[in-house]
Design a protein around this ligand. Structure first.
Ligand SMILES: *[C@@H]1O[C@H](CO)[C@@H](O)[C@H](O)[C@H]1NC(C)=O
Ligand SMILES: *[C@@H]1O[C@H](CO)[C@@H](O)[C@H](O)[C@H]1NC(C)=O
Ligand SMILES: *[C@@H]1O[C@H](CO)[C@@H](O)[C@H](O)[C@H]1NC(C)=O
Length: 222
């Protein structure tokens, strides 16, 4: 037991020196910095946390902020790794906590339903861990409520891809065609050479001038 304590203390010591926030208590709202959602629908604002040292009576809070308002949407406490969050205050009935904090899921995402255009703004997920001397951390995600989801970007990308693909295809076709044409030309030239050689050979044996063939024919007919 003494050994494990010394290891964690070393880790903590290193953590304080290197990246005190990211090495111990981490908060993540996923990769997307902006989430788009349609008015009237529901959206999950993701948030998970992790701590190398475990947690006890961890305090969590979701807050909303736009240019002129700041309000706490929901906050509460997670007693330990075996319990789900206990909500202390909730600002809005449209908010629920569908995730679980049991079994290392540490999921304190909120589901925001019946979205209104005024829900557009910054959402911050904040976590404080008494077990780590009240170390805290937070992550922010931007929600944009729209009346319909545009997929213009996608179409533009597809068009660009199609054009690039078409151009490359065309180039390949041109190259192939060029190869084919030079191949055919070479072949016909070779054939012509063969013809010339063979015809000159014939000429030699048959003493032929251009008119000789016409003279040749009557004897075969007879
Ligand atoms: C969303 O907003 C649009 C434009 O204001 C409106 O026509 C539509 O009915 C709204 N949808 C819902 C589900 O509220
Ligand atoms: C809310 O957002 C504004 C603009 O980004 C920022 O200046 C302000 O500090 C934020 N307020 C809080 C309480 O986070
Ligand atoms: C958190 O929980 C919600 C609801 O169950 C789920 O949809 C979401 O995928 C979970 N997020 C993570 C990162 O596990």
């Amino acid at each position: 037991m003494g050994e494990s304590r010394s290891i964690s203390e070393t880790d903590y010591f290193l953590g304080l020196f290197l990246l005190p926030m990211s090495l111990s208590l981490e908060v993540s709202v996923g990769k997307a910095t902006t989430i788009y959602a349609i008015n009237g629908s529901a959206i999950l604002l993701p948030c998970t946390f992790s701590s190398c040292f475990g947690f006890e009576n961890l305090y969590f809070r979701w807050s909303y902020n736009n240019s002129d308002t700041y309000r706490i949407l929901i906050d509460g406490v997670v007693k330990n790794e075996k319990s789900d969050p206990r909500v202390r205050t909730k600002d809005d009935d449209r908010i629920t906590l569908p995730g679980s904090t049991k079994e290392k899921m540490n999921n304190i995402s909120i589901l925001l339903s019946d979205l209104e255009f005024s829900d557009t703004g910054k959402y911050t997920c904040f976590v404080r861990n008494p077990k780590e001397k009240d170390l805290n951390n937070s992550a922010t995600i931007f929600l944009q409520v729209v009346d319909k989801l545009e997929e213009v970007d996608n179409t533009v990308t597809l068009i660009i891809l199609a054009v690039v693909g078409g151009v490359i295809g065309l180039l390949v076709c041109i190259l192939l065609l060029k190869k084919l044409v030079t191949f055919i030309l070479k072949k016909t030239r070779e054939k012509k050479k063969e013809c010339l050689v063979s015809s000159s050979g014939n000429d030699n044996t048959e003493n032929g001038l251009p008119g000789s063939k016409a003279e040749e024919k009557p004897p075969t007919k007879v």
